[in-house]
Design a protein around this ligand. Structure first.
Ligand code: SAM
Length: 255
């Protein structure tokens, strides 16, 4: 674990991507790596995808890929009945409720909801995760099967607390979903390497409690919080009811 924020730089695999790398580095206020070994993490531009790589370890780079085998399996097997998340959000086939995923992260939960036919507004505040997500959505758009799904994922690059505070009464979404990072997740022996890397780069979400408080004043129907199975409810606030997923729990707050 890094005690301080890790040193991150942008790196292009080939010289013809250099201009794009310079623009990305400027956008993220990161350096361009002249000597990649000087950094803990590299945001690598390749012809195929944008990848986040931890230096000096064998772990595979983090690439968000909605066309990957596991995501294809997830989307092909997703159903309203099978997806606990969809049931926790109270979604029915004809539902036109506005759904906001206020902690978009790697976009996996939103992708499942979009695979079920729903439009989802994804809010993400980490600039590095924003560019990884945007890259993944753009790469998937031309695909005949996945393109229509990712076109239902509407990415908004901003802090959710700020976004929710800006919503006027008629703009408020019916459903808000929260899956913040928790310190205890990183300590779990079971934590996946990918999640660990994610955690090192973006850190904890110490304001997760505030996120819940604001969400409860913004959503008009329900707020759903994903928690690890044994953790206490966020802010100690008892939910209206809970649902157990395969590896997590959903705390459902009816408004
Ligand atoms: C555990 S991840 C979410 C994973 C996601 N559910 C998925 O399926 O990939 C939490 C994400 O929420 C983001 N986040 C936390 N608080 C936020 C806030 N107030 N506004 C926007 N994004 C936030 C973090 O930057 C991080 O990317």
């Amino acid at each position: 674990m890094f005690n301080l924020m890790p040193k991150i730089a942008v790196f292009s695999e080939t010289t013809d991507l250099k201009q794009q790398a310079d623009a990305l580095a400027q956008h993220l206020s990161l350096p361009v790596a002249e000597n990649p070994d000087d950094y803990d993490y590299l945001l690598i531009l390749t012809d195929q995808a944008l990848a986040l790589k931890k230096n000096g370890v064998k772990t595979l780079p983090l690439v968000i890929d909605f066309l990957s085998g596991p995501m294809t399996y997830r989307r092909q097997h997703a159903s309203l009945k099978r997806e606990t998340l969809a049931r926790a959000l109270g979604l029915k086939g004809h539902s036109t409720d506005k759904i906001v995923d206020a902690t978009a992260g790697l976009g996996r939960d939103s992708f499942i909801l979009a695979s079920l036919g729903f439009h989802v507004q994804l809010l993400e505040r980490s600039p590095i995760i924003q560019v990884l997500l945007e890259d993944a959505i753009n790469r998937a758009l031309p695909d005949p099967q996945v393109g229509p799904i990712v076109s239902r994922m509407h990415l908004c690059k901003m802090d959710s607390i700020h976004w929710m505070q800006q919503q006027t009464i008629d703009m408020r979404p019916q459903i808000i979903y929260l899956d913040p990072m928790f310190p205890e997740r990183s300590k779990s022996a079971l934590v996946k390497k990918e999640m660990l890397m994610f955690h090192e780069v973006i850190g904890d979400d110490p304001d997760a409690g505030e996120l819940l408080s604001v969400a409860l004043t913004c959503a008009t129907k329900r707020v759903v919080v994903k928690r690890s199975r044994l953790s206490a409810p966020l802010l100690g606030r008892i939910p209206s009811f809970t649902m157990e997923g395969s590896s997590s729990r959903f705390d459902i707050y009816l408004i």
